[in-house]
Design a protein around this ligand. Structure first.
Ligand SMILES: Cc1ncc(COP(=O)(O)O)c(C=O)c1O
Length: 393
């Protein structure tokens, strides 16, 4: 018997993740997958983490196995505050930082704290599919704003703000799914638009550390807008499996409510992971480690772009990322990437069709490709297979 009638409206309104749904097919041996968002495992500092693991058990004893405080390990929060103050000239203390179970949990908590059914959320078009999932649980109304090469379209943003909106969700650096980065001018413009407005800005920045081309840009709202939230994570620079991210806000009232939601959700983030990260950071050169990851991803991105130039028809366009893990392909008008997907799997190559990154759009002519989790020869071969399929259309 179906349990449908027992389900909440929230879960019924939440789409399953397309990426997780195809994980099995895409992980079939022989399939070259550009679908996931996996960091390259060779970027995980396994030996150093092993040393840290032994050290934390010896040094901190039972504390690493005990329940802990909701806000997170003070030493780790201090490290994050110092780093953001140094790099971005912010004025953070540990009281502005909440350690979360990945930045994905931060998205969930923000939805819980700010959204009632029917409330408005402004998102980029397209946006991160698991943010759509996390917010959908609260049945909001999404107002997508076009994402251009410069960032969120300012005029459309002003229009969208005419609606009863609670928050704006933006990924300004190497956006997931497009790989696009907001320009400095666009960031200033958005900050100007949001100044004096009664809305929260959520800047989600899992990829900012992975810039392999050009200089890092200031955030839109952090340090400038009183109702702003900044999200970060160790997933892309150390390991995602430790599920450790963080939420930064100088608005202590907002942070207090988000902490209450976290208490209710999981009490605190895995304390073993937090000690492990803190020890790793205290005893290793993070900048040197990140530099290695960036060099690796820059090469892989270049190999993918060169292969697309060689094997894709010239009618197919793609974004050129300056960092991060993805690029975004636009097929000729009218070609559905979703219909292409099973044919690509037959040719043993996988990608994510654009549809799940949009609100209410079907058969989009776009797709997301990840370049971080395959070696250069495999990327070349996968793009050749995709190119053959595109040419056969
Ligand atoms: C834009 C964006 N936000 C959040 C996340 C979640 O990251 P975490 O591993 O920190 O939960 C991801 C992961 O891919 C992402 O792309």
């Amino acid at each position: 018997m179906s349990i449908e009638h027992l389900l909440s409206d929230g879960i019924k309104a939440t789409p399953p993740s397309f990426v997780r749904g195809i994980l099995k097919a895409a992980s079939d041996p022989g399939v070259i997958s550009f679908a996931g968002g996996l960091p390259n495992p060779i970027s995980f500092p396994q030996e150093e983490l092993f040393e840290s693991m032994e050290r934390i058990v010896k040094t901190y004893g039972s504390n690493v196995f005990q329940y802990s405080v909701t806000a997170g390990l003070p030493e780790l929060r201090q490290y994050i505050a110092d780093r953001y103050n140094r790099v971005f000239g912010l004025n953070l203390t540990i009281d502005h930082i909440l350690i979360t179970t990945g930045s994905q949990q931060a998205l969930d908590l923000i939805g819980k704290v700010l959204l009632d059914k029917g409330d408005g959320v402004i998102v980029e078009k397209p946006t991160y599919l698991a943010a759509i999932q996390a917010f959908s649980m609260h049945q909001p109304v999404f107002y997508p704003v076009e994402l251009t090469e410069e960032g969120m379209d300012p005029e459309q943003l002003v229009d969208a703000l005419q609606n009863p909106v609670k928050f704006i969700y933006a990924i300004p650096d190497f956006q997931n799914p497009t790989g696009l980065t907001y320009s400095a001018r666009n960031r200033e413009r958005i900050c100007e638009i949001l100044k004096d407005r009664d809305v929260v800005l959520v800047e989600d920045d899992p990829y900012g550390e992975l810039r392999f081309d050009g200089e890092r840009l200031p955030y839109i709202g952090a340090g400038k807008l009183p109702n702003s939230i900044l999200l970060g994570t160790f997933s892309k620079i150390i390991t995602p499996g430790m599920r450790t991210g963080f939420l930064i806000s100088e608005n202590k009232e907002l942070l207090r409510y988000i902490s209450i939601a976290k208490e209710a959700s999981d009490l605190h983030t895995n304390i073993f992971s937090q000690y492990l990260l803190w020890d790793y950071l205290a005893n290793n050169d993070l900048e040197a480690h990140i530099a290695k990851i960036k060099a690796l991803y820059q090469k892989q991105a270049q190999v993918m772009m060169d292969a697309m130039d060689r094997y894709f028809p010239s009618t197919v366009k793609y974004t050129k990322p300056h960092g991060g893990m993805f690029l975004w392909v636009t097929l000729p008008e009218g070609v559905s990437a979703m219909s292409l997907f099973p044919k690509a799997l037959e040719r043993k190559v996988a990608f994510v069709p654009g549809d799940p990154f949009y609100i209410g759009i079907k058969n989009a002519n776009t797709m997301r490709l990840n370049y971080t989790n395959a070696d250069c020869e495999t990327i070349e071969e996968g793009i050749r297979r995709l190119g053959d399929l595109l040419k056969a259309l």
